[in-house]
Design a binder for this molecule. Sequence first.
Ligand code: NAD
Length: 262
Amino acid sequence: MKELTDRTALVTGGTSGIGLAIAEALAGAGANVMIDGFGETDACEALAKRLADAHGIKAAWTGADVSKPDQLAAAVDRAERELGPVDILVNNAGVQHVAPVEDFPVAQWDRIVAINLSSAFYATRLVLAGMKERGWGRIVSTASAHSLVASPYKSAYVAAKHGLVGFTKTVALEAAAQGVTVNCISPGYVWTPLVEKQIPDTMKARGLTREQVIEDVLLKAQPTKAFVTVEQVAAMALFLCSDAASQITGANISMDGGWTAQ
Ligand code: NAD
């Protein structure tokens, strides 16, 4: 039997990048997995089928918008009906917008805070009571190096990620005695569509070429001068779900090539 056999995980932002790698790692350890995220229906359903076939687990996809509490509630209901009680929640969905504060659109601020921060509350409040009752649970949120330090032009993202760490610490304390751990992983730059998409805006905001953004903005912050990989983040998430990590709670684990050590 694999370590997570008979556990069920809900992974938001599970259709792409870091979330998909985490879903793959959890499925590989035997967990049933519901991936939530946007994408073309056939392609997302094929992703879930691939996870189920490759790992011999149950998997499903939902396109719930995590910024909408009722859609998340429907996703949790469906996960519990089709796959089993949610023992592992991965709050990973995230979006970015890059602009100076004076020009930052209010709608973008609200969207980023809802998707990157409030969604963790919307989902946690639905699954925490069951985890406590069963005496076992894992909540892992993908924060960011931007939960510890700031960069210009990313005010909403930096504020939301700092907030996510505060939320994580609070829930960790509330659930500590019931076998539920609650942690953040804070990667530096990971090469995913989210990073790729912000390059044009950063070029515009700072008047740089694509190569300059990669070398002088993104990797400048990372002393190792290398992107973190999605597999490395997924391996950390999997570790946090293991029994070996049962005493790690309320933590914010940096995986940023030394960025925040500076
Ligand atoms: P990505 O763009 O590859 O994936 C984002 C995922 O979130 C997709 O599955 C997308 O469909 C989903 N999503 C977006 N809005 C959603 C919504 N409203 N409802 C449901 N799903 C939604 O990005 P990624 O780089 O894999 O990012 C994943 C997480 O990691 C984010 O929280 C991001 O802030 C964080 N992060 C990324 C990096 C990086 O360098 N890529 C670094 C630090 C932290």
